[in-house]
Design a protein around this ligand. Structure first.
Ligand code: DTR
Ligand code: CA
Ligand code: ZN
Ligand code: ZN
Length: 439
């Protein structure tokens, strides 16, 4: 290093900070530092989920054709779910409210144990519209959440967090049940929520695979699951305010969820990636009498039930979200001393569906004296540069061994990523030892 401080400062200014994009969400899903491994999430048996749907269908058939708020079919649905949970060892509570002159019911089920000051809740609305049985909307979410709760009992799971499950009334009339529940919570009770996961329509007959883009950790957990089974996902764009996660989000609680689509139309690009029929809505029986047990895509219901269980097992444990797939290059690349050109080390990424996450991790290992000489960038497959490290006139320490988090969510994951390094001050040299990218 031979530059005087003034020239060095001038040189430093020339490399304005591109910056890393850290999200500062008002409330973020936090995982304790304890490092007990998350137990392996179970496969949720599709047959069991469908058996609950058959029960909801029978209930509707026996109660005027629906399971709507204020009708006998809704109360019969709640009684069915409650009986299953009571038999499985849950502490259940039936909470009533009044809406449009009728009594509404929310069912809350607590799994004994876990940290009472860190509550992870999963929920779904159990009511249908009055025009039909509401099997996809929302028997699908209700049946999946019920079967996951039963799987927790079968496993005698002992998660770090306290698990709570909820089935909401009168969602179709304006999120009435979930709003009633959240407003009944004191500020102290609300502060104990680590997160709320919502499942409303997860078995649509012409399915899309949508992940709510609210809390990044919860979103990433769901994305990791689908990446692991090679199913691309999209961000749920119409969801804000459209289902029971909204009251929790408005109360500052981290939320997330899954959705397979309602009356919107599947595009040809979406049909290309997910199958199904382009130009047709995701659920042609949305809010219609044909929303019966015939109105379910088994693959979608199975995948989303398993994804929900994966999220509950992982987010309920103390370990952070398990990392997604990673790729590494350990080839040494010499870094020419200033004023030499920048060098790059490439990594070809393949088999990762969709875009890179907002929490893309880059592990860098560079052997170099006076590391202040170095400017380091991550170059995405489309050529976009993300600044990882700027040069520094004062950082005389040797070597760069660091992990950087980059919001690369606008970049397609597959392709050739590069680590680019430039030495901007003379008299110190080194090489790229290795680097790794984790999605
Ligand atoms: N409001 C839900 C259907 C719905 C529409 N958009 C979204 C987005 C996310 C979840 C659900 C929905 C209902 O009719 O129950
Ligand atoms: Ca399954
Ligand atoms: Zn609905
Ligand atoms: Zn719904």
């Amino acid at each position: 290093m031979s530059l005087s401080v003034s020239r060095r400062l001038a040189a430093v200014t020339a490399f304005a900070v591109a910056g890393l994009f850290a999200s500062t969400a008002p409330a973020a899903f936090a995982t304790p530092t304890a490092q007990t491994a998350a137990p392996t999430p179970p496969d949720i048996p599709l047959a069991n989920v469908k058996a609950h749907l058959a029960q909801f269908q029978t209930i509707a058939n026996n109660n005027g054709g629906n399971r709507a708020h204020g009708r006998t079919g809704y109360k019969a649905s709640i009684d069915y779910v409650k009986a299953k949970l009571d038999a499985a060892g849950y502490t259940t509570s039936l909470k009533t409210f009044t809406y449009n002159g009728s009594t509404g019911y929310n069912l809350i089920a607590d799994w004994p144990g876990g940290d009472p000051d860190s509550v992870l809740m999963a929920g779904s609305h159990l009511d249908s519209v009055s025009s039909g049985a509401g099997i996809n909307d929302n028997g699908s979410g209700s049946a999946a959440v019920l079967e996951i709760a039963l799987a927790v009992s079968r496993a005698q799971l002992q998660p770090t967090k306290h698990l709570r499950f909820g089935w909401w009334g009168a969602e179709e009339l304006g999120l009435v049940g979930s709003k009633n529940y959240v407003s009944s919570l004191s500020a102290t009770e609300r502060a104990k929520f680590a997160g709320y996961l919502n499942f409303d329509m997860i078995g649509s007959p012409n399915p899309g695979y949508f992940v709510y883009d609210d809390d990044p950790t919860i979103e990433q957990t769901f994305k990791n699951y689908f990446a692991g089974i090679g199913v691309p996902t999209e961000i749920e764009t119409e969801g804000d305010g459209r289902s029971d996660h909204a009251p929790f989000k408005n109360a500052g609680i981290p939320v997330g969820g899954l959705f397979t689509g309602a009356s919107n139309t599947k595009t040809s690009a979406q049909a290309q990636k997910w199958g199904g029929t382009a130009g047709q809505s995701f659920d042609r029986c949305y809010h219609s009498s044909c929303d019966t047990t015939a109105n379910i895509n088994d693959t979608a219901l199975d995948r989303n039930s398993d994804a929900a269980a994966y999220a509950i097992w992982n987010l309920g444990a103390s370990t952070p979200v398990p990392p997604g797939p990673s790729f590494e290059n350990t080839a040494d690349v010499n870094i020419p001393d200033s004023p030499g050109a920048a060098v790059t080390s490439p990594i070809t990424v393949s088999g990762v569906a969709g875009n890179a996450p907002a929490t893309t991790k880059v592990d860098v290992n560079i052997v170099h004296t006076y590391r202040g000489d170095l400017v380091i960038d991550l170059i995405a497959p489309d050529g976009t540069a993300y600044r990882l490290k700027n040069s520094s006139s004062s950082d005389s320490a040797d070597n760069v061994v660091a992990t950087y988090t980059v919001n690369a969510s606008s970049e397609v994951a597959n392709g050739v990523w590069k680590l680019q390094v430039k030495d901007v001050y003379s008299a110190d040299t080194g090489y790229i030892n290795s680097w790794k990218i984790t999605f």
